[in-house]
Design a protein around this ligand. Sequence first.
Ligand code: MF3
Ligand code: CO
Length: 249
Amino acid sequence: MTSILSNSQIDKIRKAGRIVSACHVSLRDFIRPGLRTSDIDKFVGDFIVSHGAVPAQIGYMGYPYATCTSLNDEICHAFPDETVIRDGDVLKVDFVVNLDGWLADSAWCYAVGGISKEAALLMKTTRECLYLGIRQAIAGNRIGDIGNAIQNHAESKGMSVVREYTGHGINTIMHDGLVVPHYGRPGKGTRIREGMVFTIEPMINAGAPGCTIDNDGWTARTADGSLSAQYEHTIAILPNGPEIITEQD
Ligand code: MF3
Ligand code: CO
């Protein structure tokens, strides 16, 4: 089951979303070679708190940090730590903001210094996948239409879609019922309805789709060591189409 939200409820998520997107905009200038991933976590945690909100990932299912900071072959959910980010790295920063009990979620991918052509193409393609998926998120379509658009685009570039993690319904809880795979068949799955709020967050690998989990129980990485990219937005289904709640300026 998926919650159908009123416009005043969506408004609460919009306010949380504004903090998420403003923080990502600030990260563009903050991220540079030489920082530790823990510095990035502190920046985001402080940003959220200084805007009167709460970093929702801390304590969620035992997750210890405000952010996930996943580098290169790490797909998602990597812990911020003493690792120093270097010129050429691909860094994914993912976090959820809780403002007055309502949540918004966005992951973004950052190039650290100068990156390879292969990495730049992976990032561009993954961003395109996200927006092609969002374009299918209209009332009357089905969840499979979103995944199909994403999968077709990634695979047309010789890249692959991670299967183990999906988008999700989000409201006052982080993962609410609805599951949004980033692969699928057109016309299949749950019907999309006005008032739904969910994330789309494709993880695209330059190589094969397989994934392994580190001994920390969280960090997902590509089985073949290839690069992985991710972009995520929280969106709301409105009568005239999808609204991107976490869109950046
Ligand atoms: N933002 C992530 C998501 O899309 C949350 C990662 S799990 C957490 O669901 F435990 F770190 F919160
Ligand atoms: Co998410």
